[in-house]
Design a protein around this ligand. Structure first.
Ligand code: F6P
Length: 539
């Protein structure tokens, strides 16, 4: 373990009390507070003091963050295991700034894609897109998985109060036939558009779902011309999309310089553009662009993505924490944890550095969570009283998107109270006094107090958005993207490949063939499971 990492662990092993830190320093909250693009970050409830924070900032200064950021912006192939550059920030450049791109063909391609999206959205909104029986399109079925689905699905949900589309969206990701079955049960093909969203156009789940949907059209009497009319794709594999039967003018581009989990800013964002309308989709891009500018320009001490990254490093590498909770106190953001799971865990869940050497430290945390207050009646018990330290990000939008004002105040009160409770805890003495005040005897109070006490000293960040609008959602997602980037740079790994997902894909082929009768040798567990499944299927 090299010097900065041992120094981190040494510092983290020194005792620290958050409760005392707040008691001794009435200015603590203002010392550890940042604002970027209208989003406020209160990170005062973290297990840091000036010394610890300075050592983390020093780690950032000596890390690869700045150099890698420059290399990313200049279009170098920083995703070196796939020989690809990383250019998703370009996709949210305002039109005027596109002209400043070094490569004019890139600007032209991005503009053209935006125009194609805008035109399709307008056609669908104005109900000018007619299906093969002459009826207007009423439903869009989005077929994709991972980065080709999680982003649009989450963002469409998050911004549902902003929807202004006559068209409904349906998402088909999982290869489980139940998904397509349920969609087909509710809809008629002649009023549906199917968009096959796959950068590679080779992903099994997406291909199978798309094939089943195509068969559904054929079964309902559609011919090849109807299929051509109703099927679109967004892909970088034009040939495979064309082979599937998608006409060239229905293929929206994807570029190899946009990773799946960073692709919501591209044509993968079409569902969002469709539900929001073109102008609001531009606001979404503008929010992300504003966060890009902040990330590129703010010094590390006041840089929000860098700050979140360093805090994560502190808990993972300093304190040995393995998980990180993401707790949006916003019903509409309930899919955000799944989105950030892919973003963070697929990017930084790695074991080797750029040279292929085993990393001597842990990397990405397990990201998990759900919308508050639901979790308070489930897993918050563990956050408060278990011996684990699980740093948590609480996210609240200040203004609600509904008129139930009192609900919102209660929601906000719970959000802030959770962070306060995690921070200060409740001592055994306090718990005992509480019991005595409730009329218990000394003996009863002493017996119950240890069960009621909470250790506190549990870290959290609070992110306060003015409201959950397209702009602030864009900024929030870009914030997490850059946080993940900074951590990858500090850990010296490639955040932009995902080779780990390949083995399972490779192994599923022979198992699938065995299920179809082809003899093969497997380990005894797999062979036993296969035999049991076959027994059930044939009984
Ligand atoms: O299997 C992982 C993965 O490659 C993700 O990184 C990606 O987002 C997803 O599959 C979907 O890939 P595609 O868009 O090529 O279908």
């Amino acid at each position: 373990m090299s010097a900065p990492w041992s120094a981190l662990q040494q510092l983290a092993s020194e005792p620290f009390s958050l409760r005392q830190a707040f008691q001794h320093d009435p200015e603590r909250a203002s010392r550890y507070r940042l604002s970027a693009c209208g989003i406020e970050l209160d990170y005062s409830k973290n297990l840091i003091d000036a010394k610890r924070w300075q050592s983390l900032l020093a780690l950032a200064q000596t890390s690869d963050i700045a150099a890698l950021r420059d290399r990313m912006v200049s279009g170098e192939s920083i995703n070196h295991t796939e020989q690809r550059s990383v250019g998703h920030m370009r996709l949210r450049l305002p039109d005027a700034a596109l002209s400043e791109l070094k490569d004019p063909t890139l600007a032209a391609e991005i503009r053209q894609c935006r125009q194609q999206m805008t035109a399709l959205v307008s056609q669908l909104h104005q109900q000018r897109y007619l299906g093969y029986t002459g009826k207007p399109i009423r439903d869009v079925i989005w077929v994709g998985i991972g980065g080709s689905l999680l982003g649009p699905q989450m963002a469409c949900e998050a911004l549902s109060p902003y929807h202004q589309s006559p068209v409904k969206l349906h998402f088909a990701g999982n290869i489980d036939g139940a998904v397509v079955h349920d969609i087909c049960r509710q809809l008629e093909p002649d009023t549906c558009l199917v968009v096959v969203a796959s950068k590679s156009f080779g992903t099994e789940e997406t291909r199978e779902n798309a094939l089943s949907l195509r068969q559904w059209f054929l079964d309902k009497g559609a011919d090849q011309a109807a299929i051509a009319r109703h099927f679109w794709a967004t892909s970088s594999n034009i040939q495979a999309a064309a082979d599937f039967g998608i006409v060239p003018e229905h293929i929206l581009p994807m570029w190899d310089w946009v990773g799946g989990r960073y692709s919501i800013w591209s044509a993968i964002g079409l569902p969002l553009a469709l539900l929001l309308g073109n102008e609001q989709f531009e606001d979404f891009l503008a929010g992300a662009h504003a966060m890009d500018q902040h990330f590129l320009q703010a010094d590390f001490a006041s840089n929000m993505p860098v700050t979140l990254a360093l805090l994560g490093i502190w808990y993972i590498n300093g304190m040995g924490c393995q998980s990180q909770a993401l707790l949006p106190y916003n019903h509409y953001l309930r899919l955000l944890p799944s989105y950030v799971q892919q973003l963070d865990m697929e990017s930084n869940g790695k074991q080797v550095d750029h040279q292929g050497h085993t990393l001597p430290y842990a990397t990405a945390p397990v990201i998990w969570g759900d919308a508050g207050t639901n979790g308070q009646h489930a897993y918050h018990q563990l956050l408060h009283q278990s011996q684990l330290t699980i740093p948590a990000d609480f996210i609240l939008a200040a203004k609600p998107k509904h008129a139930l004002a009192d609900h919102h105040l209660r929601l906000a009160a719970h959000c802030f109270a959770q962070t306060q409770a995690l921070m200060q805890g409740k001592t055994i003495e306090e718990a005992k006094d509480e019991c005595l005040a409730q009329g218990m005897t000394e003996q009863q109070a002493s017996k119950l107090a240890p069960h009621k006490a909470s250790p506190g000293n549990k870290p959290s960040n609070t992110l306060l958005l003015p409201e959950l609008s397209p702009y602030y959602l864009g900024a929030l997602l870009a914030l997490y993207e850059h946080k993940v980037f900074c951590q990858g740079a500090i850990w010296q790994l490639n955040s932009f490949d995902q080779w780990g997902v390949e083995l399972g894909k490779q192994l599923s082929g022979p198992i699938y063939q065995a299920l179809n009768g082809k003899a093969a040798q497997f380990d005894s567990s797999t062979a036993g499971l296969l035999a049991s499944l076959q027994r059930h299927l044939t009984s």
